[in-house]
Write a protein that binds this ligand. Structure first.
Ligand SMILES: [Zn+2]
Length: 180
């Protein structure tokens, strides 16, 4: 998925988590904390690719990660997500990070993994077990517009829910029929 796709998908995930009140932190979460947090973390998994946006900025980290794990390896797994979560209680335990910012960071990272599952290459979700998990509804090689359509449709869903929900279900069903 492209970086723009990841950004839209991450913002959509944040709006979903807040509007559907996924947990007590999300109920209280400040939009000005949540959205920047997901924007910061949603591109981090691609640190394993030296030509990605974050890889270009932090080449000295990206290069060794890429050589060790390859693209869409460890950084695209649940293990990386768990280590990120544990970092709050280990590496960053002396740092005061508001809960909504921390959960936003986790959410942004998680949204990247989910978004990559929607592409044909998939991700090794349970790395080091190398089987790739995929639900390839977004194939940019087949249709350049499909990524934008899926991302903006999901964005529309979370923004307009519940008012236009029946209309949106119809639209997504039509879109899905077109894809398959
Ligand atoms: Zn990725």
């Amino acid at each position: 998925m492209t970086k723009n796709g990841h950004i839209i998908f991450a913002v959509t995930t944040a709006i979903f988590a807040k509007r559907f009140e996924l947990n007590s932190v999300m109920i209280q979460a400040d939009w000005w904390h949540l959205i920047p947090a997901v924007l910061i973390s949603c591109l981090i998994p691609d640190i394993d690719h030296p030509n990605s946006l974050i890889g270009q900025k932090l080449r000295w980290i990206a290069q060794p990660i890429s050589l060790t794990f390859g693209h869409r390896g460890f950084t695209h797994s649940l293990l990386a997500l768990i280590i990120l979560w544990l970092s709050k209680f280990t590496f960053f335990k002396n740092l005061v990070i508001p809960d909504d910012i921390f959960q936003g960071i986790i959410l942004g990272y998680f949204s990247h993994i989910i978004a990559d599952i929607l592409t044909p290459a998939g991700v090794p979700l349970f790395w080091p077990y190398r089987k790739r998990f995929r639900f390839p509804i977004i194939n940019n090689n087949k249709n350049k517009k499909i990524e934008k359509r899926v991302c903006f449709s999901l964005f529309g869903c979370v923004i307009l829910f519940p008012m236009y929900f029946p209309l949106l279900v119809k639209y997504i069903a039509l879109l899905y029929i077109k894809i398959i």
